[in-house]
Design a protein around this ligand. Structure first.
Ligand code: IPM
Ligand code: MG
Length: 359
């Protein structure tokens, strides 16, 4: 019998992107194989490397390839080489934003669940992080990131615009996710100041009517930033607009001890998704072989679960990650000395452990 096949575009990107994505791809291949699935990879460029090659951070052909694929696995984009404040110059981040917008990926899922053995790695006290298991659902194709912006003489502006439809579809994602979890949604806004937040709040409350089994609370973003460090375990699903979600998810990452552990899925209406670690391209350690590939591997697990129809493969990767986190080797960002290759070898070995869930 021939294996099921899936087409995935690998966008390794810049900095540590290629280093962590190589591990994630090897792990995804191994996990998929156990589940009778074969992944066909297409390697393409995005970000700084694409600027060097094509003069733009996202080439139309690359976007078209992503459209045609089942999923996209992205490493990271950006680096000092392409840093500029010139509004006319291309920026690596435009590649990422172009993919999110071009593929219609309006919901970004970022789960945060600290591992018991890493509780000392978090800057927060153990008793505070105990029991934390939250999911940030960040709106990804609207708000300040995509509003009209300009520089006019000595002034500059960015606009935050949301339509009812944009709020409604991401709110539904949040409520649906909550139904499979602890049935609580915290909608984060700044409704005491921003008109876009008042619309946000109104629409989220309307949508909540369709999910009577889910509790809804509103929280102002400044308060949410505080509650995330004072009582993180009280959150289940946080639904919020693009910029607030960007900031709060980095903050939430530190509950686990390192941003090197946080994965994300960006989803639209169909099954296609883009999967990437929450961390950036880390140019300070790029090329040294010491990057922590775990966030990339967990992103690959989300890809198997949400886009490639292989929840068993996803469980297998997550099981291997749990095993390595509990037993070592420990990467540098968590206080250890293991290299990317050490972690990769340990993950691949753990993935083959017989006690892991059978496909
Ligand atoms: C993220 C990143 C991106 C964002 C950058 C690289 C454009 O910080 O995915 O959180 O701000 O969305
Ligand atoms: Mg960010």
């Amino acid at each position: 019998m021939s294996a099921r096949q899936a087409d995935v575009v690998a966008l390794d990107g810049d900095g540590i992107g290629p280093e962590v994505n190589a591990v994630a791809r090897a792990l995804a291949d191994a996990a998929a194989r156990h589940d009778g699935l074969q992944i066909r990879w297409q390697e393409r460029h995005v970000g700084g490397i694409s600027i060097d090659e094509y003069g733009t951070a996202l080439h139309d052909d690359v976007l078209a390839d992503c459209h045609a694929a089942d999923a996209v696995l992205l490493g990271a984009v950006g680096g000092p080489r392409w840093d500029t404040t010139d509004p006319e110059a291309p920026r690596p981040e435009q590649g990422l934003l172009g993919l999110r917008e071009g593929l219609g990926l309006y919901a970004n899922l970022r789960p945060v669940k600290p591992w018991h053995s890493l509780r000392a790695a978090s800057p927060l006290r153990e008793e505070r992080i105990e029991g934390t298991d939250l999911l940030v659902v960040r709106e990804l194709t609207g708000g300040l990131y995509f509003g009209e912006r300009a520089r006019v003489d000595d002034r500059a502006y960015d606009t935050c615009v949301y339509s009812r439809g944009e709020v409604e579809r991401v709110a539904r994602r949040g409520f649906e996710a909550a139904q499979g979890r602890r049935r609580k949604v915290t909608s984060v806004d700044k409704a005491n100041v921003l008109e876009s937040s008042r619309l946000w709040r109104e629409v989220v409350h309307e949508v909540a009517g369709d999910y009577p089994d889910v509790e809804l609370e509103d929280m102002l973003v400044d308060n949410a930033a505080m509650q995330l460090v004072s009582r993180p375990a009280s959150f289940d699903v946080i639904v919020t607009e693009n910029m607030f979600g960007d900031i709060l998810s980095d903050e939430a990452a530190m509950i686990t001890g390192s941003i090197g552990l946080l994965a994300s899925a960006s989803l639209g209406d169909g099954g296609r998704g883009l999967y990437e670690p929450v961390h950036g391209s880390a140019p300070d350690i790029a090329g040294q072989g010491v990057a922590n590939p775990i966030a990339a591997c967990l992103s690959a697990a989300m890809m198997l679960r949400y886009s490639l129809g292989s929840p068993a493969g996803a469980d297998r990767i997550e099981g291997a990650v749990d095993h390595v986190i509990e037993n070592g080797p420990i990467p540098r960002d968590l206080g250890g000395a293991a290299t990317t290759t050490d972690i990769s070898a340990a993950l691949l070995a753990a993935l083959e452990e017989p006690e892991l869930p059978a496909p």
